[in-house]
Design a protein around this ligand. Structure first.
Ligand code: ADP
Ligand code: MG
Length: 278
């Protein structure tokens, strides 16, 4: 057995052992979307990325997660939605409670309720915009039909056209994904997440590779969709103006801890500065 595999195995065993942490309060109703207690994460051989993270995110909030490069924003997002096992503590996301990693059944239920958008939109470049959007249905019941739009029933195509209209891109439905500008591609990525009718939308640096005007446009679309559909939005950004303008709440990570967790209206530029400087 090589050393890397042995390490991975140790990590897997370690993460499955519940550790001492503050007790998780009983659920307080459907409005709570994400709750963590004593959440910590280390990668094999690495130091802790973060530890002792307690979060309570309620429905309909738009939450900006900020912190310098390497602060652990992407890692935290992935742990919250079960894409990456955490090392300690407890997580409840959309009613699914787990230590470390969700079970396969929990992960399946989570996937059905969560839309993801990442910095690199991840579209299939040689396929049409419509096909890319319909592929957002993958992982949902009956999803085998989504591989190509000609196999999807007309109801799905109609849904895809509706979500494309919501991101103001209906006129590009037949275009190939690789013919789009960066902003248009990111709008398709949003439509692909939206077709899942998510309760929770997770976006990791969704505007990072776009020019300023297009970046604001993308953040505005997210913000409007979250309001109109009652979707809880959790996004990371390194643009402080995006954090201030498109969130109800800002959570800052620094040195492996939650540095502050405040309503956006209570966050000053000085607070923001403190996140990035010693
Ligand atoms: N797959 C990985 N294996 C080992 N270390 C990782 C991995 N992904 C991220 N890290 C480390 O974890 C820390 C947090 O990374 P990340 O969550 O990507 O931060 P952010 O998104 O805030 O820039 C960094 O020190 C990074 O090097
Ligand atoms: Mg990141």
């Amino acid at each position: 057995m090589d050393a890397a595999f042995q390490d991975a195995l140790k990590q897997t065993v370690a993460i499955n052992v519940p550790r001492a942490h503050p007790p998780m309060p009983a659920p307080v109703g459907a409005q709570e979307i994400i709750r963590t207690r004593g959440l910590g994460k280390s990668y094999p051989k690495g130091p802790a990325v973060f530890a002792g993270v307690h979060l309570d995110i309620r429905a309909d909030q738009r939450v900006a997660l900020i912190g310098s490069n390497g602060a652990g924003k992407s890692t935290l997002l992935k742990c919250l939605i079960g894409l990456l096992p955490s090392s300690e503590g407890e997580i409840m996301t959309l009613g699914e409670s787990f230590h470390a990693a969700p079970t396969a059944a929990q992960l399946q239920r989570l996937r059905c309720q969560i839309g993801f958008v990442f910095q690199n939109h991840g579209l299939v470049s040689r396929q049409s915009v419509l096909t890319n959007v319909i592929q957002g249905k993958l992982g949902l019941p009956g999803s085998w039909r989504a591989w190509h739009h000609s196999l999807a029933d007309s109801a799905w195509r109609e849904e895809a056209m509706q979500v494309l209209a919501e991101v103001r891109l209906a006129d590009k439905a037949r275009a190939r994904a690789d013919e789009l500008s960066g902003g248009q591609a990111q709008r398709v990525a949003i439509a692909r997440a939206l077709i899942r009718k998510p309760k929770l939308m997770i976006a990791d640096e969704p505007a990072a590779s776009l020019d300023p005007a297009v970046g604001r446009d993308i953040m505005q679309i997210f913000s409007d969709l979250a309001r109109e559909h009652g979707i809880t939005l959790v996004y990371t950004t390194h643009d402080m103006q995006h954090a201030l303008d498109y969130s109800d709440r800002i959570i800052a990570l620094k040195a492996g801890k939650v540095f502050f967790d405040l309503p956006t209206s209570a966050v000053s530029l000085r607070d923001m500065d403190g996140v990035f400087h010693a």
